[in-house]
Design a protein around this ligand. Structure first.
Ligand code: NAI
Length: 294
């Protein structure tokens, strides 16, 4: 398949970066994955490799394709290894100054016409691109967790993004088997704006003592029909990701009371009780399965 990009760089090999690297490699593009943590890329390669093996076992991918995908997923030892990429997608920590500094550094490495994309959940694309020499080449590219299964991606144009860049990203999303949705550069875009009603109100129900969190989950999952309840979802995402998103949307809307985060998630974040990734969040995950705390 002729893809919109010839070589893809992914920065950040956490939950999102590894999923994006997986689906990008499946298009046939070589992918270069970089993380500032020394062993993160090797772990990601191992985990994504195991995903491809599982697809082979289930008969959804042939063994030769899985092998070819593994060979296309390269470990980058430094950002300089991304020099030949015509698309670089960042999925690093949700902090404006970190993303700004990363893209400024990348501008000195990649070609002048390479496209830069941010997987930010809630930060302004216009603000992320503010210090760039070529801000028109930056757009938001917001995937969802787990990336291979959640087949939607928001394509977000900042005030200075080139519409042709957004079109190429949308086309590449389709080539990865995802459905692109155009969103304006507003706090939380579409999904994390709508998600305030889901997460923030659920937290408020619990903080007002209306019922416990497991009851909220059970009703919204089993009766209303969501795949996961809000507390299960926060545990899956991790409060190190979810809480900053709540704060970012609240602040960007000038402290709009509707979006005010609760102390429930702030406390857990401070105590490093983050969700599945730390073995305990709202639920405990002794064997990977959620259990209610005693
Ligand atoms: P994560 O914590 O699993 O992974 C982040 C990775 O980035 C870590 O391995 C870390 O070492 C690396 N990193 C941090 N700063 C770096 C830098 N300057 N250079 C290179 N590597 C760096 O986080 P996750 O969940 O993958 O989220 C990443 C981004 O994706 C965030 O912006 C988040 O808001 C966004 N996002 C997260 C979703 C989720 O459900 N987890 C969903 C959609 C977007």
């Amino acid at each position: 398949m002729q893809t919109s990009f010839q070589a893809v760089g992914v920065v950040g090999a956490g939950a999102m970066g590894r999923g994006i690297a997986q689906i990008a490699a499946q298009t046939g593009c070589p992918v270069w994955l970089f993380d500032q943590q020394a062993d993160a890329v090797a772990r990601a390669q191992q985990e994504v490799g195991a995903q491809w093996d599982r697809l082979v076992e289930k008969g959804r991918m042939d063994a030769a394709s899985a092998q070819a995908c593994k060979q296309r997923l390269h470990a980058a030892g430094s950002l300089d290894d991304l020099a030949g990429c015509d698309l670089v997608i960042e999925a690093v920590v949700e902090r404006l100054e970190v993303k700004q500094a990363l893209f400024s550094q990348l501008e000195g490495i990649v070609a002048a016409d390479a496209v830069l994309a941010s997987n930010t959940s809630s930060l302004s694309i216009t603000a992320i691109g503010a210090g760039l020499r070529h801000p028109q080449r930056l757009a938001g590219y917001h995937f969802f967790n787990p990336v291979p299964l959640m087949k939607v991606v928001e394509v977000i144009a900042g005030l200075r993004s080139d519409s042709a860049v957004c079109d190429r990203l949308a086309q590449f999303a389709r080539q990865m088997g995802h459905t692109p949705v155009q969103a304006q550069d507003t706090p939380g875009f579409i999904v994390n704006h709508a998600g305030r009603g889901f997460n923030t109100e659920a937290l408020r129900i619990v903080s007002e003592g209306i019922c416990d969190f497991a009851t909220v989950d059970r009703i919204l999952r089993d009766q209303v029909g969501f795949k996961l309840g809000p507390f299960e979802l926060m545990d899956l995402t991790g409060l190190d990701v979810s809480h900053p998103v709540m704060e970012a949307v609240y602040r960007q809307y000038y402290d709009e009371p509707r979006y005010r985060p609760t102390v429930i998630t702030a406390q857990r974040l401070a105590g490093h009780v983050l969700g599945r990734k730390t073995g305990a969040g709202f639920y405990r995950y002794a064997d990977g399965k959620p259990e209610l705390p005693p």
